[in-house]
Design a protein around this ligand. Structure first.
Ligand SMILES: [Zn+2]
Length: 143
């Protein structure tokens, strides 16, 4: 780690510090000419971070939609990915993508649906049990 790790003021628009030695290198360089380290396809660190944010946000939305439409078991994943995107965005001081918020909301809606149906089923079963034992209802009169 050197003091050049943070982004230096751009002297040329397509220059950036090498993440390994801190020397200024071309932004699209795939290999540092000062220390010889291989770089990741010439991506800027900032772009990489926002790509990660976007990926987590998109996953959150996808999981959210799937959990709402197909299987509620993915709802926690939607919320986790949405939170991850928000955390990454906060860490790199970028706005939280709308897709992350949407995914999180969809995840919570799915969880609410699960919670409600459990309550409803539980209520119906409890009611049936109470009614059955208390009233000696039609269920027992068959034989
Ligand atoms: Zn270097």
């Amino acid at each position: 780690m050197s003091e050049h790790d943070l982004q230096t003021p751009a002297e040329g628009a397509d220059r950036r510090p090498c993440p390994y030695c801190g020397e200024a290198i071309r932004a699209e360089a795939i290999k540092c000419r000062h220390c010889g380290e291989r770089l990741e396809g010439g991506k800027r660190p900032r772009g990489q971070a926002s790509q990660q944010i976007e990926q987590a946000a998109t996953l959150s939305l996808v999981f959210g939609l799937i959990s709402l439409l197909v299987c509620q078991c993915l709802a926690p994943l939607a919320i986790i990915k949405g939170n991850e995107a928000a955390r990454l965005a906060a860490a790199s001081r970028e706005p939280t993508p709308g897709t992350a918020t949407a995914g999180k909301v969809l995840g919570w809606i799915s969880l609410a649906i699960v919670g409600l149906s459990v309550l409803v089923y539980g209520g119906v079963i409890a009611f049936a049990l109470v009614a059955g034992t208390a009233g000696g209802g039609p269920g027992g009169a068959g034989s």
